[in-house]
Design a protein around this ligand. Sequence first.
Ligand SMILES: O=C(O)CCC(=O)c1ccccc1C(=O)O
Ligand SMILES: [Mg+2]
Length: 366
Amino acid sequence: MKIKKITLHLIEQRLLSPFVSSLGKVDFRESILVEVEDYDGLVGWGEVVAFSSPWYTEETIKTSWHIIEDFFVKSLLYEEIEHPNELQSRFQSVKRNQMAKAGLEIAIWDLYAKVQGISLSNAIGGTKDKIESGVVVSIDTFERMLGKIQVHIDEGYKRVKIKIKPGQDYEILKEIRKVYPDLSLMVDANSAYTLEDIERLRALDEFKLMMIEQPLAADDIIDHAKLQKEIMTPVCLDESIVTYEDARKAIEMGSCRVINLKIGRVGGISEAIKIHNLCLEHHIPVWCGGMLETGISRAHNIALASLPGFTIPGDISASSRYWSQDVIKPEVIVENGYIHVPKEAGIGFEVDRIRIQQLTKMKKVF
Ligand SMILES: O=C(O)CCC(=O)c1ccccc1C(=O)O
Ligand SMILES: [Mg+2]
């Protein structure tokens, strides 16, 4: 493959309903869509999942644009690339900035699969033709949270994750379990607790949660290991796992029993596959996290989640969960709790250029 042209599209959409976690609220979502084109006119699509402000990780839309434009574009254009796995070493001179790296890397994975004429799922060794879909319920009043859970159960979702924080945890879970004693239920704290809260977190054991996601600091694996010894609920790490090395150390330390994998957070599909393989070896289940993404990143998530180690339904929901109209055709739909893994070449969805144009705030061609 040789890349002839790279286009960055900055788009903005309003979420159908605000997303609220312990870290704050998101109403509007900016995204950078990355388009790479080779000399045969084949096009690969990627997405940078950083947010407009650095509330979830340190990257932002602006920092990732800067990193891509000023450090990566020149080193990729007109260069022979045999396989997307090479990109990790090409990106090595830039520390971290995983979401900027991932945005480009996944576009080149899509292009690579299209050049081979195979689906992205196939290209990465996916084994499933459908994946289980889970959904996330934001922090809200108990009444509205319970109402949303019922809506999502009716929509067929296989698993519900609710966002929690101190004071919005035990009581809401008690209410949920009264109505849904057998629901596949998990919680995500986005680092809202410390080791001082061990008693409070141990109290959640009675709810038989599938896991508690990222209860402690985003950069911690030591305190999570201490916490895991004190509670029965499996600890899942999200923010703490940014590289393969983070995953290796967390597993060795006993910091978690489950890992949430996000392509953007770990710098691309190649790194995500390595972490997946490590987890398979160590019998650590993985699942695919969500980033309030457009259909492009969602399509990459679907391909990733078709790997055999993804044994827990991910935060991969339908396009209509957040968007009035997605940027891909057809949109992602959930049927009886499953999402079909496309067999068409690359990500397996058409990108809707007219929709992208409607949403574009800025565009640059290299
Ligand atoms: O896909 C969803 O609906 C929400 C996924 C989610 O929880 C999330 C969304 C944006 C940033 C961080 C997180 C998280 O998993 O912590
Ligand atoms: Mg999380």
